[in-house]
Design a protein around this ligand. Sequence first.
Ligand code: IPE
Ligand code: IPE
Ligand code: MG
Length: 287
Amino acid sequence: AVRGPHPSAAAALIPAQARHDRTGVPAPRPPLPHHTGVRPPHLPAGRMPRHVAVIMDGNGRWATRRGLPRSEGHRVGAQKALRDVVHGALEIGLPHLTVYAFSTENWKRDLQEIAFLLHTIREDLNGEAGAKEWASYGVRLRWAGDSEGLPTDVVEDLARGERATRHCTRLTLTTCVNYGGRAELTRAAARLARAARDGDIDADRIGTGEFTRHLSLPDLPDVDLLWRTGGEQRTSNFLPWHATYAELHFTDTHWPDVDRRDLWRAVTEYGRRQRRYGAVVSNAQPS
Ligand code: IPE
Ligand code: IPE
Ligand code: MG
């Protein structure tokens, strides 16, 4: 007997934005396709990274070569490149994407550039408008870094972005702002020392698990693939704890020229790597 359309066929008739799950939150919109119409590669699940971390480098050189102010590189990098890469990450079902937006060493730049970078992070990425846009695609925003030294309005916007997207589960986009790997590790050590002094933990029982709980984002998974654009082959104080066993990928393209196809290439190449984690056996998996 025909009992009406198949449930999934019926669902397809309802616009995605009108569909709600049990929590009353609208279902995320599908990611925007690339402007050329290119479709994502098929990547076997076992070959997919869970966490890709990106050092978005080369904005300044991109702009300077075009006779533009460095700020233009930052603007295009955030509004065009990052946005496209996030949609490309959604298309391949990547669960964690972490990007380096402002390091603890970037305070060495001139004030105008710093102000522009922080403005871009607020306006184009993690501020109210950004959070609203990302939430509609199911992107959860998180921030890793130090509030100390950052203007309070920037801190408030980063926290607001986290709150406004907390229910999103499709992709976690962690932005590292005023982030430095050594600062993160030093802070974790200080927290552990205080906890031991106060008798809350036993110093003799501190292991990697306990240490992880004192990092900026305790639940941030290990980095599987660390990708740096812009031609330099260094990690510049980015995620030392999480990236100890990351596969490294360096490309020459300046960040503003990057799009999702570069991410897909990186991930496809990652899928061909053999990760051994110190073991001799072939196809070793993390313990
Ligand atoms: C990356 O681009 C963005 C940040 C570091 C914030 P750069 O601004 O470092 O650009 P280059 O490396 O000078 O070209
Ligand atoms: C790393 O790039 C920091 C970010 C991308 C935010 P930098 O341009 O600051 O790094 P160095 O100075 O080349 O090491
Ligand atoms: Mg640079």
